[in-house]
Ligand binder design. Structure first.
Ligand code: KG4
Ligand code: ZN
Length: 335
């Protein structure tokens, strides 16, 4: 048949994922989350790589089985080439190359950050081009001008830490465990965001910086703990709310600046931090004032997943963008 059946593989960080898309419709999204990292307070690259090796065959088999498609029926294989952890990317890249070679079908490389953006095309409603996407994850914070499926430009980004990293580090300081972002979010909903003031770091243009607030929180807590050992325990929710408010304000301020600068009212968010309730509420408020139409993917497609890789792979297939067997993983892959 002339159906386009794409198997997609994602292994850039700590989720091993496979998905099948037929004619651009994502049929499933199998994700094996790695729990081994919880004990270490962060992703351990070596352990991530080993877990991907263990998970990749069962995850791929499950995606194919769920879609009732045999390997021989596949039209192409798409995989995350980067950015991400070298050892983790290698597993998905090698597997995809091997499969494409064995089946003699085209191989499609996908940029993980572009795929986060194309996750908006998995379900309705879909943003209209051109739109701006704020991509916020544990590794990245970018404002992207999206002109077409395969035509995107980073117009602003963090010059140091990603906002997800800032959430995770602050959570660690508050003794909340890893990954801390969702825990800060939960606590913040019970706290007073005006209880404490933290400085918003000013950056030129549309860029961000999130390392300053992390240090500010660290020193603030250290000083308070000198006077009162129970300070964190007694103020946990207020601290979480105040810090979250500051991070969200920084994210939204530059997003508004970008929207005004480019005269765009189609606004999307993507990546793990787009699950944050403070960001969602703040975005909704700003959208009302600025006349934006806002797009947020289903939670399943906000965090790392192969559904978005399948979507990106489909559009690259339509554009005839294939790679050969010489391709290798690219941890610092750019757009
Ligand atoms: O996109 P993602 O799943 O993986 C990366 O590619 O990094 O993003 C993970 C990041 C982590 O830093 C996590 O703490 C953060 O997203 N995160 C949140 C929330 N849910 C996930 N941060 C704040 N609030 C949340 N509700
Ligand atoms: Zn990601």
């Amino acid at each position: 048949s002339s159906d386009i059946k794409i198997l997609a593989i994602e292994s850039s960080c700590d989720e091993t994922s496979a998905a099948v898309a037929v004619n651009g419709k994502v049929l499933n999204n199998i994700v094996a989350t790695q729990s081994v990292h919880e004990n270490y307070g962060g992703v351990v690259p070596e352990l991530a790589s080993r877990a991907h090796q263990q998970n990749i065959v069962p995850v791929v088999d499950q995606a194919l089985k769920n879609a009732a498609i045999s390997r021989e029926e596949l039209t192409a294989v798409a995989f995350t080439r980067g950015p991400g952890l070298m050892g983790a990317l290698l597993v998905g890249t090698s597997f995809a190359k091997g499969l494409a070679l064995a089946l003699d079908i085209p191989l499609i490389e996908v940029n993980h950050m572009q795929a986060h953006i194309l996750a908006h095309f998995i379900d309705d409603p879909k943003p209209k081009f051109p739109f701006l996407c704020l991509t916020v994850s544990g590794g990245h914070t970018q404002i992207v001008l999206v002109k077409d499926y395969n035509l995107m430009e980073v117009v602003g980004e963090t010059q140091d830490d990603a906002v997800g990293e800032a959430f995770d580090k602050v959570a660690k300081m508050l003794g909340l465990g890893y990954p801390g972002g969702p825990k800060v979010d939960q606590l913040a909903q019970k706290g007073n965001p005006k209880a404490f003031q933290f400085p918003e770091t000013e950056m030129p243009g549309l860029d961000y910086s999130f390392s300053g607030i992390k240090t500010a929180v660290l020193y603030f807590l250290r000083d308070q703990l000198k006077q009162n050992e129970g300070f964190i325990e007694e103020n946990k929710a207020d601290l979480a709310a105040s810090i979250q408010k500051t991070l969200v304000a920084m994210l939204l301020q530059k997003l508004r600046k970008a929207a005004r600068q480019y005269g765009i009212h189609q606004i999307a968010i993507a990546g793990g931090v787009s699950a944050n309730s403070g960001l969602r509420n703040g975005l909704e408020q700003m959208a009302g004032k600025e006349g934006w139409e806002v797009y947020i993917p289903a939670f399943e497609y906000c965090t790392d997943n192969a559904g978005m890789i399948a979507m990106a792979g489909h559009y690259k297939f339509l554009a005839n963008e294939f790679v050969d067997q010489g391709v290798s993983a690219l941890p610092r892959m750019k757009f």
